[in-house]
Ligand binder design. Structure first.
Ligand SMILES: C[S@@+](CC[C@H](N)C(=O)[O-])C[C@H]1O[C@@H](n2cnc3c(N)ncnc32)[C@H](O)[C@@H]1O
Length: 264
């Protein structure tokens, strides 16, 4: 599995580009978890875009992320908001806790950053093991159609201190066999018309079909899979949806081997 690095410029841009509540996912997930009284785990929590509104809503949320830059921003932003949640530097493949969670939330498509089918299945099993019996997994993702989408991405932002930040992404792999795309992002920082810093981050993603992911969840031991398109519960999923939100339950009587959740 490729580690998708979020370096310091990418992390800075992330917070400028995606302020709290700018994307539809946060309000949708807050509504879903309103009054939820069990601990929630957010894998790939990044800089806290989702976590901080959850903490402000009184929810008990823990996060991990492999990017030191994203985690530093998360810690600072949590502290500014008066919170000090359990944050740790871990990845999908080997995260570990000495307790289980009532829910796992993976917003905004971060699961697609697992670019290999077998690795993704292992992570779903790890999510299953990390949940209490009866716990729920809520996971957003972009659909397979993204594999066919644009191969060039050029954007710019002005940082609060006045620096010009630019990002140019060029897709260099589109692998339909493995449903995998790889994009090379070049980030630059310009000050007084001078290039002062540049970084390259490679982003590798695997995209899933709707029924394929439903079956993957069931294979990993989840039940009761439901799907919402474009954060709109008022209608069914559509092929034109930009994103899907899957919800699935870890049953009390677990089918997954070695789970030890069988009733006495
Ligand atoms: C799109 S950001 C999402 C951040 C946050 N969940 C949010 O809602 O804004 C994706 C995050 O995935 C993290 N990431 C990349 N590879 C990962 C891996 N192997 N395991 C866990 N997280 C990973 C990145 O460091 C980044 O912070």
């Amino acid at each position: 599995m490729t580690t998708n690095r979020y370096g310091s410029i990418a992390a800075e841009i992330y917070d400028i580009d995606k302020p709290y509540f700018a994307l539809a996912d946060t309000a949708f997930h807050l509504e879903r978890f309103q009054g939820f009284d069990r601990p929630i785990l957010e894998p790939a929590c990044g800089s806290g875009r989702t976590m901080i509104p959850f903490l402000q809503a009184g929810l008990d949320i823990t996060g991990f992320d492999p990017s030191g830059e994203m985690l530093d921003r998360c810690r600072d932003r949590c502290a500014e908001a008066g919170f000090s949640p359990d944050l740790s530097r871990q990845g999908y493949a080997d995260f570990a806790y000495d307790r289980r969670f009532g829910a796992i939330l993976v917003p905004v498509g971060s699961f697609t950053l697992i670019d290999d089918f077998a690795a993704a299945m292992a992570v779903l099993r790890r999510f299953h093991a990390a949940l209490e019996p009866g716990g729920v997994l809520v996971l957003d993702m972009q659909g397979l159609a993204y594999l066919a989408s644009g191969t060039q991405d050029r954007r710019r932002w002005t940082a609060p201190g006045g620096d010009l930040l630019t990002c140019e992404g060029v897709r260099n792999v589109t692998d339909w066999f493995r449903q995998r795309a790889e994009t090379i992002y070049r980030y630059e920082r310009w000050r007084d018309h001078q290039l002062v810093e540049s970084q390259i981050d490679v982003m590798a993603q695997r995209y899933w079909g709707l029924d394929e992911f439903r079956m993957a969840l069931e294979t990993a031991g989840f039940e009761g899979v439901s799907v919402v398109g474009n954060y709109d519960r008022s209608r069914g999923v559509r092929s034109s949806d930009r994103g899907w939100t899957f919800e699935a339950v870890k049953p009390f009587l677990s089918r997954a081997a070695g789970e030890g959740d069988r009733a006495p």
